[in-house]
Design a binder for this molecule. Structure first.
Ligand code: NAD
Length: 260
């Protein structure tokens, strides 16, 4: 359903971003991958995408804290493919700690990567989307864009912020066949989650299953992690023609977390 479309997914060398890139490529889109990682692993991902889906994909190493690198990444997409139909702002980092103990540079980094980078990609991509007659912007927010949780001040502030940006961009582009939405995942199963379980099991002296239910998924009523494929499938739907009237929305995939 995305045949002929060109997608740029920030932070797509692992986790949710890579899941979205795979889903888009399987649906027929060409994809620009971005993020950090070992060159051989990134090459493997690109080759894997090509082999499994036949999709064309390229890589940009742009650092989402650097506006000039973000501009080069958007230009690379436009120069390589001649258009940009789908922009996914997914790159993100997390920091845990009480607000009065968050290092100032950590606050700045969380805001830069999780929020300001989306401002830059959006301002740089919109002229091309308008020129080509439409587009899709999907911001990967979080359940913490809709509710608070102690020890997550910078992250929750950035994620609440991106929902505000999503609404305003949706309103400014409403008559231009462009949509802008935020996906708000709860806990998603990524390589980091596995490491987190092992670490928490050790810290709390609890068995694995109990760490999952009582610590990691304490806020998630369905007591299961979402899979990256679920986020990829939903992003693919939002990027498709069928989702033309969904705009300005913050859409949870959180097993009921924000229904509390
Ligand atoms: P991840 O750590 O697996 O992936 C993050 C990606 O961002 C990686 O590709 C990394 O290289 C990239 N990245 C980090 N800093 C960057 C920078 N400065 N410039 C460019 N790329 C950078 O994380 P994930 O769990 O897949 O998270 C992806 C997004 O989903 C984030 O925005 C996160 O906040 C959000 N999210 C994740 C969960 C979850 O449970 N995993 C839940 C809700 C929201």
């Amino acid at each position: 359903i995305l045949d002929g479309k060109v997608a740029l997914v920030t932070g797509s060398t692992s986790g949710i971003g890579l899941g979205i890139a795979r889903a888009f490529a399987s649906a027929g889109a060409s994809v620009v991958i971005n993020g950090f990682g070992k060159p051989e692993e990134i090459n493997d991902s690109l080759e894997g995408l090509q082999r499994e889906t036949g999709a064309k994909s390229i890589y940009s190493a742009a650092d989402m804290t650097k506006p000039d690198e973000i501009a080069r990444m958007v230009n690379l997409a436009l120069e390589t493919f001649g258009r940009l139909d789908i922009l996914v702002n997914n790159a993100g980092i997390f920091h845990v700690g009480p607000v009065d103990q968050v290092p100032v540079e950590k606050w700045d980094a969380v805001l830069a990567i999780n929020l300001s980078s989306a401002f830059h990609t959006i301002r740089l991509a919109l002229p091309a989307m308008r020129h080509q007659g439409g587009g899709r912007i999907i911001n990967i927010a979080s359940a913490l864009a809709l509710v608070g949780l102690p020890l997550t001040s910078a992250y929750a502030a950035a994620k609440h912020g991106i929902v505000g940006l999503t609404k305003v961009v949706a309103l400014e582009t409403a008559e231009q066949t462009i949509t802008c939405n935020a996906i708000c995942p709860g806990n998603v199963w990524t390589p980091l989650a596995e490491a987190h379980i092992a670490e928490q099991a050790k810290t709390h002296g609890l068995p694995r299953e109990e760490v999952i239910r009582k610590v990691l998924l304490a806020e998630q009523p369905n007591k299961r992690f979402a899979m990256v494929e679920e986020i990829g499938a939903f992003a693919t739907f939002l990027a498709s023609d069928a989702a033309a009237s969904i705009t300005g929305a913050a859409l949870p995939i959180d097993g009921g977390w924000t229904a509390h």
